[in-house]
Design a protein around this ligand. Structure first.
Ligand SMILES: [Zn+2]
Length: 176
């Protein structure tokens, strides 16, 4: 079985750290911070971070943005032999795109219990009818990957609370 949630290598952690940097770029523009990097033979083919709101594009998840960049660089709609690193477990849409792109291996950070399609809500890559097998592995720097997400939502909650407090105080300009 390809199901392995342990043993990420030093190289895996190196690329996951790059994906984490990209995730932080998403947070900078107020998007849910998820980052992705596609690598083959030690060379970055494409990168991306989550940007559906700013891009007015429901498909602009980190993985899809990275796939588009890599395919465009390679001038090929398929990326055989490539590994995709992503900070959070891919959703069903991204898992489907990963199969279409013939990505060889996916390494993700934290699981996503509500939308993750690799091990959480379903086991997308293990469907027997698929004509391409994607190897996958989770739990690569999972703590750091989920921390970026929880810090983002905490900041957003704090900001909303502060705004509400200002509005209740009758001071919508927020002079402090
Ligand atoms: Zn997705």
């Amino acid at each position: 079985m390809t199901d392995s949630l342990t043993h990420s290598s030093a190289a895996d952690e190196h690329w996951m750290r790059r994906a984490l940097q990209l995730a932080r770029s998403a947070a900078d523009i107020h998007e849910v911070p998820v980052g992705a990097v596609i690598v083959r033979d030690g060379v970055v083919l494409g990168e991306g971070f989550n940007q559906p709101i700013s891009g007015c594009d429901p498909t602009a998840h980190a993985e899809i943005v990275a796939l588009r960049a890599a395919c465009s660089r390679e001038k090929n709609y398929r990326l055989p032999g490539a590994t995709l690193y992503v900070t959070i477990e891919p959703c069903a849409m991204c898992a489907g795109a990963i199969v279409h792109a013939r990505i060889a291996r996916v390494v993700f950070g934290a699981v996503e219990p509500k939308a993750g399609a690799v091990v959480s809500t379903q086991r997308f890559f293990e469907q027997p009818q698929l004509n391409h097998a994607v190897q996958f592995q989770g739990d690569c720097l999972a703590g750091e990957c989920s921390e970026v997400i929880s810090a983002f939502f905490k900041t957003r909650r704090d900001q909303q609370k502060a705004l509400k407090a200002r509005l209740q105080a009758g001071n919508p300009d927020g002079d402090e």
